[in-house]
Design a binder for this molecule. Structure first.
Ligand code: CDP
Ligand code: CDP
Length: 205
């Protein structure tokens, strides 16, 4: 069975947390597509050409320690605006979705470009302040020396660049269900997403 769940939204909205939990609940595979762009961006910081970096991405690149740093996040957002970089990463993502057994992919363009036929599309949001607070807490807990204002600046700069680019911009698919997690605990956000997927699964099975 091929059953694809597309989870998109702005930076630090809770996409990864929800995707991991939904994948675990239903026994589906999960791909954090942001990691592909982060790993590509990270390689450009070392001087590699962005398109070359995307074309030759290896499994080990996805395990680098500093992929979550704001510096790498900015580099990811810059390379993500290049159509040839997105093209180089396309087949891998589509193959992941199509491999059978159910897949959850989270990113910016899953419901619009990568998997426009996905059975479930969620667009996860939260206010800027809530997203910056959550990501700041997460980064500080991981040992990063960063202020709330710096985190806010990173999120806003990426959201602006990701929304404004011509190729696969950040935007909800027309048939996506919006999930604003500003006032939700993690448990409530996960339960809500699982409920939406369950309802769709009941229709197709
Ligand atoms: O994947 P994305 O960047 O959209 O967000 P995430 O990494 O899943 O979530 C960002 C941070 O917010 C993490 O530290 C989550 O634990 C936290 N979070 C939260 O506090 N409440 C939610 N409803 C969802 C996520
Ligand atoms: O976790 P967070 O939401 O902060 O970022 P991410 O999902 O790891 O994505 C990092 C950057 O990669 C984003 O700011 C986008 O520029 C880019 N990205 C993209 O363009 N398309 C995707 N499907 C996933 C990420």
């Amino acid at each position: 069975m091929s059953f694809t769940i597309a989870i998109d939204g702005p930076a630090a909205a809770g996409k990864g947390t929800i995707s991991r939990a939904v994948a675990e609940h239903f026994g589906f595979a999960h791909l954090d597509t942001g990691l592909l762009y982060r790993a590509t961006g990270r390689r450009t910081l070392g001087g590699t050409d962005p398109v070359e970096a995307a074309r030759t991405l290896a499994a080990a690149d996805l395990e680098a320690d500093d992929l979550r740093s704001p510096e790498v996040a900015q580099a990811a957002s810059r390379v993500a605006a290049l159509p040839d970089v997105r093209q180089a990463l396309l087949d891998f993502q589509r193959a992941f979705a199509a491999r059978g057994g159910g897949a959850v992919l989270d990113g910016r363009d899953i419901g619009t470009v990568i998997c426009p036929e996905a059975e479930v599309k969620l667009f996860v949001t939260a206010s800027d302040e809530v997203r910056a607070r959550r990501r700041h807490k997460e980064l500080v807990e991981k040992g990063h020396d960063i202020t709330y204002d710096e985190v806010m600046a990173d999120l806003r700069a990426r959201d602006a660049r990701d929304s404004a680019r011509a190729t696969a911009p950040l935007k909800p698919a027309e048939d996506a269900t919006q999930l604003d997690t500003s006032e939700m605990t993690i448990a409530t956000a996960i339960e809500t997403a699982i409920g939406i997927v369950q309802a769709r699964l009941a229709l197709v099975s």
